[in-house]
Design a protein around this ligand. Structure first.
Ligand code: NDP
Ligand code: 2IT
Length: 455
């Protein structure tokens, strides 16, 4: 008998649920981790809300609506045939069309995309906008490819994907390895195959239906979240030393907003190592990083050579003394030992720009120490929120101004902070933002699913 039918003794609900999930999804460790991170809050909440329990809502949410997996064949510059695997996980469309990014990275597999799509459903719900959750990608590495190879890959990928998406069905966007260049190639091929110019992707260029503030939104949003958490404790970002990991889209705009608000970001990284600049990364240095990464596609080590600071090959930045931390690279990039080091070195807050960057033991450590901790589904929701605003602008065939969109992004992040407080306040002086985000994100989706009946 499925565990949510057991009305007696619910004390070991979480381990029993996880056991059921792990047996159904063998080997999908990132997916197990993401479900556990939500389940530890939502399963106890269900004990007081038996209508969700009896309708098996959380169990249903661990089974994606559908997963499409497909072959992507393309020809490299030497004329060799290359084969990759593409996916789209359409997780849940209870509150709106599937919405979520596309990741191109050699590590992409079904487990990673299921974790990302699952998270996206709760994140999108938290934004307050009508978007369901999805995620896609391929085990393709754009890093060592020419522009022409990336174009051919994107065109081949979209030649299959286009039949599964649409402006009211599923609206993809960027993620790791999918930036302005890839979104343009993908959208161009969709437009050509469908013979329709619609808002089927977000993160588009400004000249073809893109939105102001979308490139900045995820990084800005993660810093706004930190700003609101600090303000709730009567503190501010000004003067804080900040560690940032990554040097891609999210990291760059997190650093940008930190500088604007008077903090001192001292680290950035890529998959080869990190740079430590004790003088702080300023606007000019950040512009240099943008050009390095987006135009020249170089390595972060070159920053240390250019500006004469430390480079630590093969390491992550979490050993540097700091006040606040924004992990903005990838999943599981911050472990228990690193969390303990951060606390010893004086860290008072973490805002997750990346998706699931902290391992579960690291989260437990931050929460036990009662420092500020904003989980990714709240902290990085600004990106998809502005994607939602891009969809609205496309639908009404209008473009809003940069100021207007930045104001809307700021309001949405403040609303997310408030929703986390509503469901996550544990005592007068402590908010469990993870619980708040999980329960607030769940309730809206669960109510819609209840209303639809059994499906
Ligand atoms: P980018 O591809 O622009 O940048 C990714 C950065 O992370 C690069 O510096 C990259 O280094 C580094 N990185 C990637 N994989 C690894 C790895 N396995 N180990 C160490 N470093 C790694 O991606 P984004 O900035 O868009 O995404 C970063 C994170 O933010 C991801 O977790 C993504 O899911 C999340 N996110 C992104 C949103 C968006 O709007 N773009 C929205 C919400 C969340 P290298 O170049 O060496 O690979
Ligand atoms: O993880 C994410 O929220 C994203 N990669 C952005 C998704 C989107 O649809 O803008």
């Amino acid at each position: 008998m499925a565990i949510w039918h057991t009305k007696t003794d619910q004390s070991d609900l979480v381990p029993r649920f996880m056991n059921w999930l792990e047996q159904r999804n063998p080997g999908e460790i990132e997916f197990h981790q993401a479900v556990y991170e939500v389940g530890i809050n939502v399963l106890p909440f269900l004990r007081e809300h038996t209508e969700y329990m009896e309708a098996a809502i959380f169990g249903r949410l661990t089974e994606p609506d559908r997963i499409v997996s497909f072959r992507v064949v393309w020809e490299d510059d030497t004329g060799k045939i290359q084969i990759n695997r593409g996916y789209r996980v359409q997780h849940c469309n209870a509150i709106g069309p599937y919405k979520g990014g596309i990741r191109f990275h050699p590590t992409v597999n079904q487990s990673i995309l299921k974790f990302l799509a699952f998270e996206q459903t709760f994140k999108n719900s938290l934004t307050g906008l009508p978007m369901g959750g999805g995620k896609g990608g391929a085990d393709f590495d754009p890093k060592d490819k020419s522009d022409a190879e990336v174009m051919r890959f994107c065109q081949s990928f979209m030649t299959e994907l286009y039949r599964h998406i649409g402006p009211d069905t599923d609206v993809p966007a960027g993620d790791i390895g999918v930036g302005a260049r890839e979104v343009s190639y993908l959208f161009g091929q969709y437009k050509r195959l469908a013979n329709q110019f619609t808002g089927v992707m977000t993160g588009k260029g400004l000249s073809f239906g893109g939105s102001e503030i979308r490139v900045e939104a995820t990084g800005y949003g993660a810093v706004y979240m930190m700003e609101d958490m600090l303000a709730a404790r009567g503190d501010s970002i000004e003067g804080k030393t900040a560690l940032v990991s990554g040097s891609g889209n999210v990291a760059q705009y997190a650093v940008d907003k930190l500088i604007e608000l008077g903090a001192k970001p001292v680290t950035m990284s890529d998959s080869s190592g990190f740079v430590y600049d004790p003088d702080g990364i300023d606007c000019d240095k950040l512009e240099w990083v943008r050009e390095l990464k987006d135009d020249r596609r170089g390595r972060i080590k070159e920053y240390a050579d250019e500006f004469g600071c430390e480079y630590h090959a093969g390491q992550r930045p979490w050993g540097v003394p700091c006040d606040i931390v924004l992990p903005c690279a990838t999943q599981n990039e911050l472990n228990l030992t690193e969390a303990q080091t951060l606390l010893r070195n004086g860290c008072i807050g973490v805002s997750e720009g990346a998706n699931m960057p902290s391992e579960q033991e690291a989260i437990d450590t931050f929460q036990k120490a009662k420092i500020l901790f904003a989980p990714s589904k709240a902290a990085n929701a600004g990106g998809v929120a502005v994607s939602g605003l891009e969809m609205t602008q496309n639908s009404i065939r209008m473009s809003w101004s940069r100021d207007e969109l930045n104001r809307q992004l700021r309001d949405i992040m403040a609303d997310i902070h408030a929703r986390c407080e509503t469901y996550g306040r544990v005592s007068d002086d402590y908010v469990d933002y993870l619980k708040g985000a999980n329960v607030a994100g769940f309730v809206k989706v669960a109510d819609a699913m209840l209303a639809y009946g059994v499906m």
